[in-house]
Design a protein around this ligand. Structure first.
Ligand SMILES: [Zn+2]
Length: 270
């Protein structure tokens, strides 16, 4: 499936043009067209809550009958316009990299998780949401590792802005379900994944590294407790965690099983 990329302009044309100039030239090709007010389909990457600055959506096929591919849209929110221009540029870059990487394995992975949504029986939605958020964090980690590797000149603005909140876990990236005891280990694991993944991309910031190292120790201890002395379980969860953290951003061949383990563990856990 093709993805044709367009930027949703809404009323922020000047801000987008400025952000665009700050991050260009890009180290990758993304065909982009500035588009006024396309119809929007579901959000596919990044949060859609009230404080999100931007996310990737699809556009209904009928909105662009001339196109044979699916259309991905970067949607800028009003929250984005409240930020400084370097942070706005960094968020735009983040979304562009999402689109750049949304092929092959990462795409197959995403689709496989979403495809199971319709089979979820009533009452299991919280479990699915947790599985989905854990499974999808590979998209975030891939995106940020790609930025660190391929775009070091923008490392400061990119990692000092919104991304810091993600790795230091200062806002609500994980919602609901914390009260279900059988799922506790997965909540802890989500924290551990972000702490360890963050350590890979924040080498340049000693303060953040120290805080991430503390979080990593805390979540590792907590995970051992959550596993209740079941060492094989602890080892399996850590292996699934490592597979996500070590996501290879240079490979795009299609194997939808690569990062599905954690998603399946959560779905089988009740
Ligand atoms: Zn993202």
């Amino acid at each position: 499936m093709n993805v044709i990329h367009r930027v949703f302009r809404e009323d922020h044309g000047d801000e987008i043009a400025r952000a665009w100039s700050l991050i260009h030239p890009l180290p990758f090709d993304v065909p982009v067209e500035i588009q006024d007010r396309p119809q929007l389909g579901p959000v596919i990457l990044d949060r859609s809550d009230a404080t999100a600055q931007a996310h990737v959506s699809t556009v209904p096929r009928e909105a662009f009958p001339e196109s044979d591919g699916e259309i991905g849209v970067i949607r800028i929110t009003d929250h984005w316009t409240l930020r400084g221009e370097r942070e706005r540029a960094a968020v735009l870059l983040h979304e562009l990299i999402h689109l750049r990487l949304f092929t092959g394995r990462l795409r197959a992975n995403h689709d496989a998780m979403k495809a199971t949504r319709r089979d979820i029986p009533p009452g299991r939605e919280v479990q699915y949401d947790l599985a989905d958020q854990l499974g999808q964090c590979v998209q975030e980690i891939a995106c940020d590792r790609y930025a660190a590797l391929r775009y070091p000149s923008f490392r400061g603005p990119y990692f000092d802005g919104e991304r810091r909140g993600y790795y230091l876990q200062r806002d609500g990236y994980l919602v609901g379900g914390g009260e279900i005891p059988q799922l506790a280990a997965f909540f802890t694991l989500y924290g551990l994944i972000r702490a360890e993944a963050g350590l890979r991309v924040y080498e340049h910031d000693a303060g953040v590294v120290a805080e991430l190292a503390r979080l990593r120790e805390r979540y590792r201890d907590e995970l051992r407790r959550d596993c209740g002395g079941d060492d094989p379980l602890f080892a399996r969860l850590c292996a699934a965690k490592d597979a996500i953290i070590n996501v290879d951003v240079e490979r795009s061949d299609r194997d939808e099983n690569d990062y599905m383990e954690l998603f399946r563990y959560v779905m089988m856990s009740l």
